[in-house]
Design a protein around this ligand. Structure first.
Ligand SMILES: Nc1ncnc2c1ncn2[C@@H]1O[C@H](COP(=O)(O)OP(=O)(O)OP(=O)(O)O)[C@@H](O)[C@H]1O
Ligand SMILES: [Mg+2]
Length: 395
């Protein structure tokens, strides 16, 4: 199976690009699912489908063309199915603490449940061999980062906290019940968490295996949007996910002219910035169309513009272009560069960014917080891999 995540700042065109990719993938005969991870679902609107059709599907996949289905996960339905015990315990707890039952039930859908639900779905499709390609239309960046961090966080919780908590409650429940009116979690609560966790087994490996999963960052040629894409790129690299392409959507065509002269000029600079931030990951451009991208015909055209004759499910870049590690107390960053022979490496820092210059090559790298306050103390170029070591904290 192949999984591709489409992510980026709000409104940049994630849903449109994911849908357009879905159409191209299905045309090639791959059984394709486009799944929305955004609770503010807009896949059906993108495909111009009747809302009632989606409502009837209750969060299950809906066929939209040969080999192509879309899914807008319904967290309420899924919570009933997978989170029964957990949800009822938490809502009971909230209800006891004075909240109206309806509100308690609503609030007991904790942040993260939606993402876990989607992970459960993906894992099931994998086990059932239901699809060849799953395209994830992610929520704006922040939330999709939570999505990819979940397997790691869950594993930590299950290994470190869960077993201790469960054992503790087993022993203390009878005594504590006498002492407090707050409902205590029954063992069935822990049991259902354990079942959930089992169902998630393997998903973390799947997400960080570049043969299966890659990320496509959708961006626009605008300052703030690029900054956010850079941040996303850094976080995805930290989690070991492979970004295999960057899509610069809504590029103004030259013909707009006149009133947009300044925009056109600024955009040229920003497109160059995108190259500087993400190369050697390929960057593609898509023009702002004359109209909104609504319905299968518009989306198909968008897909053709984007991929041409290329197979959209290809891995367009297979290496992890950026890694951050701590080795023997030292922070080390590695960066893939296009093959460069010139050995003059110039490193400078501006804000939290490291600017790498090797001959004509220039690259801006946003650093994780732990490294942003440190100065680079050494750099080594080995073929196409640059290793930068960071020293002590500034100031
Ligand atoms: N290249 C393009 N040309 C013209 N219109 C576009 C283009 N790309 C996207 N749009 C339009 O821009 C709007 C926002 O796009 P879309 O919903 O795909 O963005 P998004 O990133 O998924 O937004 P959100 O963060 O709200 O989920 C839609 O109306 C879509 O039709
Ligand atoms: Mg969207």
């Amino acid at each position: 199976m192949r999984i591709i995540m489409f992510t980026g700042k709000g409104g940049v065109g994630k849903t449109s690009i994911a849908s357009a990719t879905g159409i191209q993938s299905a045309k090639r005969g791959y059984r394709t699912l486009v799944m929305s991870l955004d609770s503010a679902h807009s896949l059906a609107d993108s495909f111009d489908l009747d809302r009632r059709l989606m409502d009837r599907a209750k969060g299950k996949p809906v066929d939209v063309a040969d080999n192509l289905a879309i899914q807008e996960v319904d967290v309420q339905e899924e919570v009933q199915e997978h989170w029964g015990e957990v949800h009822s315990y938490i809502s009971c707890l909230l209800n006891v603490s004075g909240l109206e039952e309806v509100l308690a039930e609503e609030l007991a859908i904790l942040p993260g449940m939606e993402e876990v639900t989607s992970l459960l779905n993906i894992n099931r499709y994998l086990k059932d061999d239901a699809y060849d390609v799953i395209l994830l239309d992610c929520a704006p960046t922040g939330e999709s980062l939570r999505f990819i961090s979940l397997p790691t966080t869950l594993e930590w919780y299950m290994k470190k906290i869960f077993t201790v908590e469960r054992a503790m409650f087993k022993v203390t429940r009878p005594v504590m019940k006498q002492l407090t009116s707050v409902p205590l979690p029954e063992d069935s609560y822990f049991q259902s968490l354990a079942v959930l966790y089992e169902r998630l087994e393997g998903i973390d490996k799947l997400l960080t295996d570049a043969d299966t999963t890659t990320v496509r960052l959708v961006t626009n040629p605008e300052k703030m949007v690029i900054k956010e894409s850079q941040r996303a790129f850094m976080y995805f690299s930290l989690y070991g996910l492979c970004v295999d392409a960057v899509v610069i959507n809504r590029v103004l065509p030259e013909e707009v002219g006149g009133y947009f002269d300044k925009w056109l000029e600024a955009q040229k600079k920003y497109i160059e910035d995108v190259h500087n931030c993400f190369s050697p990951v390929p960057t593609w451009q898509v023009e702002l169309s004359r109209n909104e991208m609504i319905g299968i015909d518009d989306l198909a055209r968008l897909g053709e513009d984007l991929y041409g004759d290329r197979d959209p499910t290809e891995r367009f870049y297979a290496k992890n272009p950026l890694t951050f590690r701590k080795r023997n107390g030292k922070y080390v960053m590695t960066l893939q560069t296009p093959f460069i022979t010139k050995e003059d490496i110039d490193l400078s820092k501006s804000g939290g960014e490291l600017i790498v210059r090797i001959g004509n090559y220039k690259r801006h790298v946003l650093l994780p917080r732990s490294m942003a306050g440190r100065e680079p103390s050494g750099a080594k170029l080995d073929g196409d891999k640059l290793t930068v070591t960071f020293g002590g904290k500034n100031g």
